[in-house]
Design a protein around this ligand. Sequence first.
Ligand SMILES: Cc1cc2nc3c(=O)[nH]c(=O)nc-3n(C[C@H](O)[C@H](O)[C@H](O)COP(=O)(O)OP(=O)(O)OC[C@H]3O[C@@H](n4cnc5c(N)ncnc54)[C@H](O)[C@@H]3O)c2cc1C
Length: 399
Amino acid sequence: MKRNNVIVVGAGPTGLVTALGLAQAGVDVTVLESEPAIVNSPRAVVYHWAVLDGLDRVGILCDAIRVGFTNPELCIIVPKTGERIRLSMSALAGDVTHPYQVHLGQDKLAGIILEHLLRFPHARVQWSSRVVGLSQDGAGVTLRTDTPGGPVELDAGWVVGADGGHSTVRQLLGLSMDGMTWPERFVATNIRYDFAKYGYAAANVVIDAPYGAIVARIDHTGLWRCTYCEDDSLPEETILERMPAYFSVALPGSKDYELVQYSPYRMHQRCAERMRAGRVVLAGDAAHITNPTGGLGLTSGLYDAYVLYEALAAVIHGEVGEDVLDRYSDERRRAFLEHASPEASNFKRMVYHAKSDAELEAQLAGFRDAARDQSLQRLIFLTAKKLETPSLVRGRPAA
Ligand SMILES: Cc1cc2nc3c(=O)[nH]c(=O)nc-3n(C[C@H](O)[C@H](O)[C@H](O)COP(=O)(O)OP(=O)(O)OC[C@H]3O[C@@H](n4cnc5c(N)ncnc54)[C@H](O)[C@@H]3O)c2cc1C
């Protein structure tokens, strides 16, 4: 018998937005998450203006802004020249509905999506359910899971693998993750420190090899994210021993900071060879993974989710043919490979690795010009929209 339900693997923001969009379209959806609750590691904080329309469409933007806050400003800080170059998304006012970014911890965003999802009687989340096996035929997919009560098998018409960079679903499908791994690791820290006192904006890019950083305010309690970079060959176990030396140089004034949380991350630019295999579709970090400089990781995942839930619901409702999912795979891979990955790579090189003064000057010239010219600022901020795939369903005759 043909099944119409969907199982989404992974209760990260990509999986939860996909599940919410499907539930809103009347699709029966189950989310399987290996952990007992939403993962609380220090990752995304800043959500670009360009993804906010999509959060609005699924009805969670107001809550995200209420729990977090909006910020139109980006400050480029260059310790070497003493410059603070301020750019504002107000340059987009009149063109876009939300000319600002939203700041809040990724776990808080996921919590909001979850709350909205669980309002639907045909949506559910099963925690502590780790997917370990997958088989499929023309009618559906069977997933095998490890749960505290023992192994459980579940059937679905369709499966969305949104289980992050180490995706089990992708591995079970035998899909390669092509690309490269950087020789550096990022150390993401959540710290209490009064950056505002030293003229920092809510979002800052500190361009300074080797002491570059992305510094962003997380909430209203004085908690900030500072992400820096170190050689991946240094032992991970001694990060905490090296951290004070980094902050003794990188902090702008007093060296008195409180470390609240930290986590190291290996960094990659990688994309799955395909994002669809039969009745299984990949989304988010499970499909493509980038270093986070510039905040294009979850931006890409959310753009996957926005087109995927609509396309998959249309397939299930018999409004379009399954080939729409191949176009999803092609278009989302293209957006990542042509825009997200090269832009994040360039951004990382600029922030952390400028090799010479000439190189730095060339990079800064564009920002200095933009600070004086609203139309150039507008162009800089509009680049995030290149990662988007327009609806694959609307405007197309039903199959
Ligand atoms: C330091 C840092 C800062 C970042 N900052 C930003 C930013 O500001 N803006 C931005 O856009 N992006 C940012 N990113 C990227 C962003 O965090 C990721 O792109 C995002 O987490 C991807 O979401 P996801 O839902 O696809 O995957 P994940 O968030 O990784 O979620 C996957 C989920 O699947 C679960 N899972 C895994 N395996 C299984 C299994 N076998 N069975 C069931 N469940 C499973 C996991 O437990 C997890 O909950 C940052 C990343 C880092 C490391």
